[in-house]
Write a new protein. Structure first.
Length: 304
């Protein structure tokens, strides 16, 4: 029976499927406020550089398919996006139409912040509106399968350098406004802890944490930003840097443009060899990590 099954909603940020969708997508991100035409054109140009679209939906669907295979019965896995189609509320409607009344929600973001993962939770709970019993996975960076997968990517990427032991390793994550610190938001501490765990697994002698992709607002954002760190390392005489975008689990504009285009251009100007770890995408370790926390969340509610 459908009522005996457990729905799983795999949630991600969303992104435009073509250049024409960039402006309405930005309007959704900005809560209905229009974006200045100059910024719209700038962001269209970024998407044009990475193939004219965001790959986040197809990659999230691939992740969800892997999670579904790992979970097996009695789970049914769905995909919902926070800021573009298919929206979280559309996925919840589909789950309800299927006659299911239990859902585990998990954002494809390993580290918790009320501003990021909390926003997914809010959208999910609003859409469920009491029709569904909801269990939420708040954070999952501690899963050993995730940490091992990132560490494996680090070890592989270091081999692309002539002298791996001389490489400066910088873990990166999406910046958030500094105001989150006033509410003791766990995001920075979770990032540092996960980077430390990966560094230990990869046997790194040292590492740094930097933030990327800050919003274009006047308020202060978490730092240091990656560009500042790259410049500091170059001034100190370092010639090889590996970026490890531990806060991101698949290829999208923050990886394919911000790192592969903007930071690469900066690195060339600075005379640095810059590499990054390959994104996890639907890596078996990532899939296993998410499947494990989903199963635990369902078990804790007595659904299994």
């Amino acid at each position: 029976m459908a009522a005996d099954r457990v729905a799983v909603l795999v949630m991600a940020y969303g992104g435009p499927g073509n250049i024409d969708e960039v402006e309405p997508y930005l309007m959704d991100v900005r809560g209905g406020r229009p974006t200045k035409p100059q910024l719209v054109e700038e962001i269209r140009a970024r998407y044009a550089r990475i193939g004219g679209r965001s790959p986040i939906l197809e990659l999230t669907r691939a992740q969800a398919a892997g999670i579904g295979r790992a979970l097996g019965d009695p789970f049914s896995v769905y995909v919902g996006m926070r800021h573009w189609h298919p929206y979280i509320q559309d996925a919840i409607a589909e789950i309800a139409r299927a006659g299911q009344n239990r859902v585990v929600g998990v954002a494809m973001a390993p580290h918790y912040s009320n501003m990021s993962v909390g926003a997914y939770e809010k959208k999910l709970l609003q859409a469920a509106d009491g029709r569904l019993d909801v269990a939420l996975v708040r954070t999952w960076w501690k899963q050993p399968e995730f940490l091992d997968a990132v560490a494996n990517r680090v070890v592989q990427a270091l081999q692309r350098f002539p002298r791996p032991s001389k490489v400066q390793v910088v873990f990166t994550a999406h910046s958030l406004p500094e105001k989150i610190l006033a509410s003791a938001d766990p995001y920075p501490d979770e990032l540092k802890a996960s980077a430390g765990e990966v560094a230990a697994r990869a046997r790194l002698s040292g590492w740094r944490l930097a933030y990327q992709s800050a919003g274009a607002t006047a308020e202060p954002w978490l730092g240091p930003d990656v560009a500042t760190v790259l410049t500091e390392l170059a001034r100190a005489g370092d010639e090889a840097v590996l970026l490890v975008p531990i806060g991101f689990v698949c290829d999208h504009v923050e990886i394919l443009y911000d790192i592969d285009v903007e930071y690469q251009a900066l690195a060339r100007r600075l005379g640095i060899q810059l590499e990054r770890t390959a994104s996890l995408n639907d890596d078996a370790g990532l899939v296993a990590a998410v499947a494990a926390v989903v199963r635990t969340a369902a078990s804790e509610r007595g659904w299994l």
